[in-house]
Design a protein around this ligand. Structure first.
Ligand SMILES: Cc1ncc(COP(=O)(O)O)c(C=O)c1O
Length: 398
């Protein structure tokens, strides 16, 4: 048994069995590559599921967190710290939002969004507290977030779920409009559904949803946990669509691998939270927000957004070339560096074959393979990954 298998065996004994893990144990990474405990090299098109936005062991990020860790790692949100305020300023100055609430994960940003939407309804003496979310959506695993998630498989055995959250088909404006009534206080959607199968919202759909919300004083919330922070080629995914929500959720790639979440809102909505209404011990500590500042600087000033646009097109073209060659690839979808291919067969075996041949990939539902590499990915790395994928699909077709 080699070192990676030995570690996997130790892990299976002591780590709770909530993931179907691969028998691989990673040791270190650099840029787009990671190495397992026995020195096998993999090209990483998972990036910790859209987290390692600057790749592995990014010099600027590592230096900044080393510097910040010896300066000040954590105090309480009872006080201000310079990295947190600077990050909040950058996020607000470069978006339509006025205020940030910092937390530590995507699910926590959803909790903030659900709570503030109901607080807003209470503040405005509105009748309803209902929240409408989308079928096939994914919002996380805390009780509110999992209730908002529109996939039954994540609900099994957890009932009773949170009351007054209902689901409608995504990208179907009439279905949404028909389910809105005087009890609706908020609508929550992912501009690009990630876990549900890389399904981008249609532009006219998003525009109509915005109009519907404005007309009825309904809070529009975007979950950009997976598709935000540069991944679509703009800093925030709503900017790619040209439609402003009232509040939005960011996490994953925001600090390049250090846990962080940011729920952002326009003042109209942010005002609904008063001191004591919501909190997080670790949220926005100087360590995590120092890392966030590096990522945002790279996106805005380091040319990273241009790289996402360029390489997003290159990846999409390569995936379409693969689709032309293989009848089991039925669709290519995505924006920027969040792309997916739909297959007529389960994705599992092809992903396993790619991993065997040194390419890390992750699925999105049964039949979709998702591509969410670090935002630094180059032509060479896309070509290398696509060759491995092409061969794996060839094998699956035989
Ligand atoms: C769109 C979306 N929202 C929320 C979450 C939950 O984020 P976390 O796992 O950080 O709680 C995820 C995680 O995959 C996600 O993709």
């Amino acid at each position: 048994m080699n070192s990676t298998q030995k570690l996997a065996e130790r892990g299976a004994k002591v780590v709770m069995n909530t993931y179907s893990r691969f028998n691989i144990a990673f040791d270190h990474g650099e840029g787009m590559y990671v190495w397992d405990m026995d020195g096998k090299k993999y090209i990483d098109f998972v990036a910790g599921i859209a987290v390692n936005s600057l790749g592995h062991a990014n010099k600027k990020l590592c230096e900044k967190i080393a510097e910040q860790s010896v300066k000040l790692m954590h105090v309480s949100n009872l006080y201000y710290t310079e990295p947190q305020i600077t990050l909040a300023e950058k996020l607000c100055e470069n978006s339509c939002f006025d205020k940030v609430f910092f937390c530590n994960s995507g699910a926590e940003t959803i909790e903030a969004a659900l709570k503030i939407a109901r607080k807003y309804a209470a503040m405005k003496n509105k009748k309803g507290r209902d929240i409408i979310a989308m079928e096939k959506s994914f919002h996380g695993r805390t009780y509110g977030a999992v209730t908002a998630t529109g996939q039954d498989k994540y609900h099994k055995g957890l009932e009773p779920l949170m009351p007054c959250i209902k689901h409608v088909p995504f990208n179907d404006f009439d279905a949404l409009k028909n389910s809105v009534d005087e009890n609706t206080c908020a609508i929550l959607l992912e501009p690009i559904q990630g876990e549900g199968g890389i399904i981008p919202a249609k532009k006219d759909y998003i525009q109509k949803v915005r109009e519907l919300c404005t007309q009825n004083d309904i809070i529009l919330l975007f979950d950009e946990v997976q598709c935000g922070v540069g991944r679509t080629g703009t800093l925030f995914a709503y900017q790619t669509y040209g439609v402003e929500p009232d509040g939005a959720c960011f996490a994953k790639g925001l600090a390049g691998g250090i846990p962080i979440g940011a729920f952002m809102a326009k003042d109209k909505l942010a005002e609904a939270f008063k001191p004591g209404d919501h909190a997080s011990t670790f949220g926005g500590n100087p360590f995590a927000t120092a890392a966030g500042n590096v990522v945002i600087d790279e996106l805005l000033n380091g040319g990273l957004l241009n790289n996402v646009k360029k390489q997003g097109e290159a990846l999409n073209k390569k995936l379409n070339d693969i689709k032309q060659k293989h009848s089991i690839v039925s669709d290519v979808r995505g924006v920027g560096l969040i792309q997916g291919i739909e297959l007529t067969v389960p994705a599992k075996d092809i992903i396993a074959n790619c991993i065997e041949n040194g390419l890390l990939l992750v699925g999105a539902g049964e039949n979709v393979i998702r591509f969410v590499p670090a935002l630094i990915v180059s032509d060479k790395e896309i070509n290398e990954a696509m060759d491995i994928l092409d061969n794996a699909i060839n094998r699956a077709e035989k």
